[in-house]
Design a protein around this ligand. Sequence first.
Ligand code: DGL
Length: 280
Amino acid sequence: MSVRVLVFDSGIGGLSVFGPLRAALPAADFVYVADDAAFPYGAWEEWALVEHVVRLMERLIAMHRPDIVVIACNTASTLVLPPLRERFTVPFVGTVPAVKPAAERSRSRLASVLATPGTVKRDYTHALIATHGGDCAFTLVGSARLAAIAEAKLSGEVLDEAAIAAEIAPCFVAHDGRRTDTVALACTHYPFLLAEFEKLAPWPVTFIDPAPAIARRAVQVLAEKGPAAPGGVAGGGTGLAVFTSGRAPSASLARTLAGFGLAIAAPDAPPGFDKTAANL
Ligand code: DGL
């Protein structure tokens, strides 16, 4: 029996994690859930987001019976992992800002975390910097627009480069003859804008995408579950994309999902969809 992996995000950003996960577990069956009915998570009140994700996860876990859940969303992971782990027995792997790798990589000792407004506010993010930031000075940048811009890109829309440049500008700090040299991409939507970030950055920096590390962690957690768990070496696993809004994705997004090997759940009755839960 193959392993079942549920990958969860507020939208299509989690596909940046899904790619390396699928490569690491080619025989696993995947359900990718985009909670687009509630997108964007970045602006939600913390208590409301916790309640919403825990209730939605109740339905998704009952419906899909995954062996592991990957919360491919920093905005959710920095808040809801403890309540999820308390409520469910299935293991959760989260996605949190890559503060430690950024601190290890930065030579100028000026690094930035580019995230959503929610993630930069979290106590969890501040604690990560206090614990793993060392002597590196971190600038936290919460963008209210980039996640939606990444969604627009995957839906085939023309991008407003001036808007992207303005959103990333606060990441670039120069002081005492030093300049920011490392930026942690702490929203899973942002790797889809990497080409634009590299083009529009005022000077070259290293952008850190934590997705490969998350995939490695998921494989390790599955291996710890027991010998039956790892996804095997052969291909052939299935992939299903579920949108909680029930809306059909654009033609461009449908092509992207097909490229990831994900079939789209029927818009009328996607598995795990429940309007009441999705619109809390
Ligand atoms: N992809 C999500 C993250 O990693 C957030 C996007 C949103 O604001 O919903 O934080």
